[in-house]
Write a protein of this length. Structure first.
Length: 173
């Protein structure tokens, strides 16, 4: 793995934070961190995403893990502040604007237009994680079972993740 320049890392995470919508931008994160810069491996990406699902708070705390993998503690701090700082400021400004203009037809249309986009980005993320994580029929079965359980039940996702991890360990996945 090439050592990430801290400034390049910071700028990349600012950009990723500004174009991210929750964990749905995993495909772009994979393209940049794994494919373009080679700062992390596909396995590191999948492990970080899984870890982010278990951590309290935003699931994209995985960016801290990615920064650490790319450049140690300095990279972890840079990635976290760069990913969340600018978007926190923009979110505060957007919340104020939303509060004032939320009933205007153009804003309602804009929000409705983002819904199909969000679904597409989520599907791209599923493909990226599937390609880097599912390498056998047993793994595909665990992934499919996890999906069905989360879709059809009210079980907390933490229990599903832990159960899938235990099952994967028992199956040697």
């Amino acid at each position: 793995m090439p050592d990430a320049n801290v400034w390049a890392l910071t700028l990349e995470f600012v950009r990723l934070g500004l174009v991210s919508f929750g964990g749905t931008n995993i495909a772009e994160i994979e393209r940049v961190l794994v494919g373009e810069h080679h700062w992390i491996t596909p396995t590191t990406l999948a492990n970080g995403f899984a870890l982010g699902q278990l951590m309290p708070g935003p699931n994209m705390l995985a960016v801290t893990y990615y920064g650490y993998a790319a450049r140690g503690v300095e990279g972890a701090l840079a990635a976290t502040v760069a990913f969340y700082g600018p978007t926190a400021l923009l979110s505060a400004a957007a919340a104020l604007a939303w509060r004032r203009f939320s009933t205007h037809p153009w804003l309602v249309a804009f929000r409705d237009a983002l819904l199909p986009f969000g679904a597409g980005v989520l599907l791209a993320g599923v493909l990226v994680l599937g390609q880097s994580s599912v390498h056998s029929w047993a793994g595909a079965g665990v992934a499919a079972a996890s999906f069905v359980i989360l879709w059809r039940s009210r079980i907390n996702s933490v229990w599903v993740v832990l159960g899938a991890a235990l099952l994967g360990a028992l199956l040697g996945l």
